[in-house]
Design a protein around this ligand. Structure first.
Ligand code: IPE
Ligand code: IPE
Ligand code: MG
Length: 247
């Protein structure tokens, strides 16, 4: 499908991150179980991934399950994990057809074995793809990630591998799960909630934030394009003044 002609292909963000929120409310509005909303959300994932890849976005990161989501009712967790396995299994071929590499960040060892196995297989099967990297944040939280990074850095200092004075932003970057992935320039959250919910706190230091009231299962390629158009209309100053940026 053609990309909206209001989008400037030369000013695309390299990395877009998405907090996919609102599946439960979407289902509730229809008198259905929350799980119904999660199932419907898969279509929005597919559409967003395809649209981002067609547009030329290099990195798309989707927040699929947070560390805090382990506190949900066990039935919902089980349904989400089953959906995850099923979806990854079903979509690997499409990822390959579209030259998309799958990646995952988070406390992956806490996922059920079957999930981890499916995930690792899909990552392995798509590792040669180069058009876009799709990163799923699974059992992810930013504070977890930062604590892990601090621990590793501390061990490296203690064992003499790292000098305290050499610790800078790039050293921290190198110890995050997003190593090698540029910071997102744009963060989208659906469902009307305007919060970050422990997602990529370090990496979004200068991201543009885009909130939409659309619930995730209703989010489609036009919504994704609308977010990109909005982003392209913003002035990113990085602390400077407008005249410096436009010069
Ligand atoms: C997002 O939808 C999916 C996950 C967090 C796994 P929710 O399940 O949070 O839906 P709401 O926010 O309750 O509507
Ligand atoms: C954030 O959504 C996590 C994901 C989208 C995976 P939540 O629905 O869990 O966030 P809160 O609890 O409303 O902040
Ligand atoms: Mg939610």
């Amino acid at each position: 499908m053609a990309i909206d002609n209001r989008i400037d292909q030369k000013k695309l963000p390299k990395h877009v991150a998405v907090i996919m929120d609102g599946n439960g409310r979407w289902a509730k509005q229809r008198g259905k179980l929350r799980t119904f909303g999660h199932n419907k959300g898969v279509k929005a994932v597919r559409e967003t991934v395809e649209c981002a890849a067609e547009m030329g976005i290099e990195h798309l990161t989707l927040y699929a399950f947070s560390t805090e989501n382990w506190n949900r009712p066990q039935r919902e967790i089980n349904a989400l994990m089953t959906l995850l396995v099923k979806t990854i299994n079903k979509e690997t071929k499409t990822l390959n057809d579209n030259n998309i590499r799958l990646n995952a960040i988070g406390d992956l060892k806490s996922l059920p074995k079957s999930c981890l196995k499916e995930l690792n297989e899909a990552i392995e099967n798509t590792k040669g793809n180069t058009r876009m990297t799709l990163t799923l944040a699974l059992s992810y939280s930013s504070r977890w990630e930062l604590v892990e990074a601090v621990k590793t850095i501390a061990i490296n200092v203690k064992t003499g591998k790292l000098d305290v004075d050499s610790i800078d932003e790039s050293v921290v970057d190198d110890h995050l799960c997003t190593l090698g992935i540029p910071d997102p320039e744009l963060l989208i959250r659906t469902s009307g909630e305007q919060r970050i919910s422990n997602f990529l706190l370090w990496q979004i230091a200068y991201a543009e934030l885009y909130f939409t009231d659309k619930l995730w299962p209703d989010f489609d390629r036009h919504d994704f394009e609308a977010a990109i158009i909005d982003y392209q209309g913003r002035e990113r100053r990085f602390g400077k003044i407008s005249e410096q940026v436009s010069a």
